[in-house]
Design a protein around this ligand. Structure first.
Ligand SMILES: NC(=O)c1ccc[n+]([C@@H]2O[C@H](COP(=O)([O-])OP(=O)(O)OC[C@H]3O[C@@H](n4cnc5c(N)ncnc54)[C@H](O)[C@@H]3O)[C@@H](O)[C@H]2O)c1
Length: 454
């Protein structure tokens, strides 16, 4: 790393590797950086943005992401390192030195400790739906934007659920197993059409609501329960409680999110409440279901079949050993968390999340960020853009504008969004920038991160 002792401001460069970005660079000598960890600015998460001595931003993409994830970033001149597995805390800590962009899926835990030490990190892409693996509060406090892919694999999960509902209702795995075992067991016993049966969807979000539409097109009746107000699609009927849903559903399928309160949502009392010979699916999160209780329900015949794609503890890498109380049960389909794993979904996720990282780097846009205030921003041709993330206390906007006014800088455009304890104000100015403007804004008590894009 090139080391310069104090704050430096980089303007646009013709270096293609630098993309269209010029950021505030705060490159301090190592001893000064160490001191900064205990000074006020470091505690506020005023993270320096350090490129390597060629002016190149670096991205580290873990967990075998689709190649498009890399190519979108590489097209911006960003240097990309890819690794196939997840990293544990200490491995991640090492690997993040000098890295501005991190891409992960669900296996890499990004802890507050990692975030506090990852002084160069600018943004994280979660190339999946869930973001529980990232300590989002710590990311916000460090001024690190986090993006995910809330919709890109929805359809893949829905199609797997449809396939499993039909497979379980027809007892396909048993027929398949018998024939592979050399036994011709032709029988209609326990096999049903899905037409006319009732599907109970718990969690009517992106996945649950799309499943509702497909299930109705198969002739199923749909009831759903969601803890939030949701618009019913088609003829789907909302029920007020989980118990009400369990009383009527022939198939119960969970599509709730991963909030902590959902731990143990479905256990022995819920299986006991299901209709006799109903079918159960969980493609949401492993920790929401008591699988020992499911095992008992299957063995007792209360539950006629089950499909499970998610587990409380999942192996870290492909090829690892897997164990579960559900192994070997009849008419139970186990899949290794592949609900969203189709080539189509992986491609869409790779493109979507890398697009978010690229836009944040280039324009400061935080659209659909899961932790920072959301601002949709276009390119900023012909001006400097100050993207100022701050603690949301009264007077910050006035202080920012006073700083510009004191230095005779005319504001071309300005947008502000707030989200809880954070505010994000983005200001476009056309005048040449005096270093003193940047220093003054950096040193504002409320500043979390200041980026200046030119
Ligand atoms: N198996 C896979 O490969 C795979 C792939 C994608 C998503 N997922 C998981 O599927 C789940 C659903 O994803 P989504 O995109 O539809 O999420 P979403 O946030 O759009 O929908 C979740 C819905 O569940 C509701 N909800 C939460 N807790 C509830 C409760 N206790 N009772 C009733 N309703 C409740 C919420 O209000 C929300 O409407 C998530 O947990 C996600 O992580 C799994």
């Amino acid at each position: 790393m090139e080391e310069v002792p104090e704050l430096a401001f980089a303007t646009s460069t013709s270096d293609p590797h630098a993309g269209s970005l010029a950021d505030v660079l705060w490159r301090a000598a190592p001893e000064r950086r160490r001191r900064c960890r205990s000074d006020t600015r470091y505690q506020l998460g005023l993270a320096p943005l350090v490129r390597d001595d060629r002016g190149v931003l670096r991205a580290l993409l873990l967990e075998n992401l689709h190649p498009l994830a890399s190519s979108v970033l590489k097209a911006q001149g960003i240097e990309v390192e890819t690794r196939s597995g997840a990293l544990d805390e200490s491995e991640l800590f090492e690997a993040l030195q000098g890295v501005q962009l991190l891409g992960i899926r669900s296996k890499t835990q990004v802890t507050a400790r990692v975030l506090a030490e990852a002084g160069d990190l600018l943004a994280i892409g979660a190339y999946c739906i869930g973001t529980n693996q990232i300590e989002l509060g710590a990311a916000s406090r460090a001024g690190i934007a986090t993006f995910n892919a809330p919709f890109s694999n929805t359809r893949s999960v829905v199609e797997l659920a449809v396939a499993e509902i039909i497979a379980l209702t027809r007892r396909l795995t048993e027929h398949d197993g018998a024939l592979h075992g050399g036994i011709w067991d032709k029988s209609a016993e326990g096999a049903h059409e899905v037409r006319g049966r009732t599907l109970g969807i718990v969690g009517y979000g992106n996945i649950g609501s799309q499943l509702s539409v497909l299930a109705e097109s198969l002739g199923m009746s749909v009831v759903f329960h969601d803890s939030s107000e949701k618009l019913s699609l088609g003829n789907a009927r909302r029920v007020e409680s989980l118990d009400e849903l369990l009383d009527v559903a022939d198939v119960v399928t969970l599509h709730v999110d991963g909030r902590a309160g959902n731990a143990g949502l479905f256990g022995a009392p819920q299986f006991a409440r299901m209709k006799p010979s109903a079918i159960f699916l969980n493609l949401s999160r492993g920790f929401v279901v008591d699988y020992w209780a499911l095992r008992e329900a299957v063995l007792s015949g209360r539950v006629a079949g089950a499909a499970v794609d998610v587990f409380p503890v999942e192996p870290k890498s492909r090829g690892d050993h897997f164990d579960s109380e559900l192994r070997g049960l009849p008419n139970v389909i186990l899949t290794p968390h592949v609900g969203g794993s189709t080539e189509e979904a992986q491609r869409d996720i790779g493109q979507f999340v890398s697009g978010k990282l690229r836009d944040y780097v280039n324009t400061g846009s935080t659209t659909l960020s899961v932790n920072l205030p959301n601002l949709a921003l276009d390119q900023h041709a012909g001006c400097h853009r100050f993207a100022h993330l701050h603690h949301n206390t009264p007077g910050v906007l006035a202080a920012v504008n006073r700083t510009f006014a004191e230095h005779g800088v005319n504001i071309e455009g300005q947008l502000l969004a707030t989200r809880g304890e954070f505010g994000y104000v983005v200001t476009d100015v056309s005048a040449d920038i005096d270093q003193a403007v940047i220093t003054q804004m950096q040193e504002m008590e409320q500043t979390v991160r200041l980026r200046v894009l030119s």
